[in-house]
Design a protein around this ligand. Structure first.
Ligand code: COA
Length: 571
């Protein structure tokens, strides 16, 4: 029987090639035309520690990584121990044995497939190809498309030389043979898509890079930090081809300073970082707001505080993103739901930065950064691009002229008559330093009043459902995809439930929150942090008093958790 929605989890030790195995399964399924959604988690160490890659493939659209796996492939005893409680009757279990480092006591009702991965890899000349033995077995047992896999293996290892490719293909074939010799007792096979769609598979980080390129990125500076580095890697591959500049700066303070310099020079500029890097950028975010210099800062959130959990998922930088800086410092904060948003909202981040001449923070998270999803093939021409209001040279130039919409035209350096100072010191309309009470009050009002229009001009939220309902679930970031599926399940059981998904986190779309709250008997905010950060802002800024549902174990919610919480609240 084909299972239209199959989840395969590969787990083992960092360095054993777990991530490559999951990636190859995903690529093969995507190439075969299946929808995919993946989740991976790995240790902060380069070698050792628990690594896991979960690949969900379906003939239907997917919005999250699912509840739990249908198939577990364990490379070692630790992977088995950590996942044993989820080996429910009916699940399939592929493991390294005999000859692995553990002997499992397989729970009743589980379909077990021992594959001597270590032994077979050694027979073929090296433990390195253990993962390809496993991949071959998974391909044979669960119908992971064989031919694309061989092509993808060849492409993946081509840069390591023909000998490595050959060894891996041999190991893959051996894995298939070993599995074919076992009786298949479970009914599961990956589904076969009925229609071909015009789609691609991208990770959240790559999609942010693509969005920036589509938006017309000219300049990118960043300091490498997990889980944001892949954005820089993507931009490094594509920006130079279109004449742009990328700098790996010495730290995050330098990165954002360079971004502001490039933006002052009239260029569209961006940096990408994670929480610790954003914390360092606080001073220069103030500079961006004070000097009204557009900047785009991507923050791929990870577990904190401090160095925290560098490779783990968390949504805990909302406080930092909205208020991180000194003085009264404004900005716009957006948050992406999934890979498609990573393109569209990155373009939007540039448009907003250019329009409002301020810092725009785009929040992604660890789960989404590494997660790959199938999305419709993006059409760059379909995105509207906005450039800053530039000085027309007619009247004498005042860089910070107070206009009707509080947005002052900018003059690029070198524009005759457009010379001005962009300074972090308080200044008057001409840009000259000025510390009088009246001036500071007028200029702060100017800088904040221009942001009043953001909520009106940018579609800030999505409401899932109409009319009155018993429960309203509010979610942001990648938690939205989980809530979408939970709501579908609840509705299938007759529960009256609505969803509220803000993409504009700041300024807060207060009216939309309050209208949603008024239509729900109870409300809850689901988010992956300890303090309930969005719930805090909702209580502070709106008339809603939602319950806060938080977790912070380094992993995202599952749809089942949201369903359970909803039922508990409606009891
Ligand atoms: N034959 C040849 N090479 C193989 C192979 C095979 N059968 N299987 C995997 N490899 C290679 C991969 O190509 C990869 O090499 P590359 O780095 O040159 O691309 C390497 O072995 C690692 O394999 P991979 O499958 O990608 O990862 P893994 O499951 O073994 O886990 C990580 C290793 C990803 C956990 C670890 O290397 C890592 O990067 N940890 C995170 C570090 C970090 O970000 N720390 C935070 C600092 S703040």
């Amino acid at each position: 029987m084909d299972k239209n929605d199959l989840i395969i989890r590969v787990a083992g030790e960092g360095g054993e090639g777990v991530i490559s195995t999951g990636d190859l399964i995903t690529q093969a399924c995507a190439r075969a035309g299946l929808e995919v959604y993946t989740f991976k988690t790995f240790p902060a160490e380069i070698k050792g520690g628990y690594a896991m890659y979960q690949s969900r493939a379906s003939t239907e659209p997917l919005y999250n990584q699912g509840d739990t796996f249908d198939v577990l492939c364990a490379f070692n005893g630790q992977a088995y121990d950590l996942n044993r409680s989820r080996l429910l009757p009916g699940t399939a279990f592929v493991y390294d044995g005999p000859g692995g480092d553990f002997e499992p006591d397989v729970p009743p009702g589980v379909h077990a497939y021992p594959i001597p991965m270590t032994v077979a890899a050694k027979e073929l000349g090296g433990i390195r190809v253990k993962n390809m033995i496993a991949l071959g077995a998974l391909s044979q047992l669960f119908n992971v498309p064989d031919l694309p896999l061989q092509e993808i293996i060849t492409a993946k290892f081509a840069k390591k030389g023909p000998e490595v490719v050959e060894k891996n293909l041999t190991a893959f074939a051996r894995g298939r043979e070993l599995a074919a010799a076992l009786p298949k007792t479970d009914p599961w096979k990956i589904g076969v898509p009925t229609k071909k769609s015009d789609s691609i598979v991208l990770s959240g980080n790559d999609a942010v890079g693509l969005g920036a390129i589509i938006a017309g990125l000219d300049f990118f500076a960043a300091y490498p930090i997990t889980p944001a580095t892949e954005i820089a890697r993507y931009v490094a591959r594509h920006l130079p081809k279109r004449g742009g500049t990328l700098i790996q700066a010495e730290d995050e303070i330098a990165s954002i300073s360079q971004v502001l310099g490039a933006s002052f020079a009239g260029k569209k500029a961006m940096t990408a970082t994670s929480g610790p890097g954003l914390a360092l950028m606080g001073e220069m975010l103030g500079m961006s707001f004070m000097s009204e210099t557009p900047s785009v800062v991507v923050n791929v959130q990870r577990g904190g505080p401090s160095t925290g959990l560098p490779t783990k998922h968390e949504q805990s930088d909302l406080f930092l993103s909205i208020f991180g800086s000194h003085g009264d410092c404004g900005r716009i904060v957006l948050s992406v739901e999934g890979v498609e948003d990573c393109i569209g909202l990155t373009v939007e981040a540039f448009n907003l930065a250019e329009t409002y001449q301020c810092p725009v923070l785009l929040l992604s998270d660890g789960s989404l950064a590494f997660s790959t999803q199938t999305i419709p093939y993006p059409d760059p021409a379909s995105y509207k691009l906005v450039s800053r209001k530039r000085w027309d040279g007619k009247k004498a130039y005042q860089r910070y002229a107070i206009t009707d919409d509080f947005i002052s035209p900018m003059a690029d350096p070198g524009t005759p008559g457009g010379m001005h100072i962009a300074t972090g010191l308080e200044h008057d309309q001409a840009g000259e330093p000025s510390y009088t009470a009246a001036n500071h009050e007028a200029m702060q009002a100017k800088r904040f009043r221009k942001l009043d229009a953001v909520v009106k001009n940018f579609a800030p939220v999505e409401v899932d459902g109409e009319g009155e309902s018993d429960l309203g679930i509010i979610a942001w970031g990648s938690t939205i995809g989980v809530v979408r599926e939970a709501i579908a399940r609840l509705r299938a059981e007759g529960v009256s439930v609505k969803g509220f998904y803000p993409k504009l986190m700041w300024p807060m779309p207060v009216e939309q929150y309050e209208a949603f709250g008024a239509s729900c008997r109870k409300t809850v905010v689901a988010e992956v942090n300890f303090l309930g950060q969005l719930a805090h802002f909702i209580r502070a800024e709106t008339n809603l008093r939602p319950e806060s549902y938080t977790i912070c174990g380094g992993l995202p919610f599952t749809p089942a958790m949201i369903v359970g919480k909803a039922k508990e609240m409606l009891k």
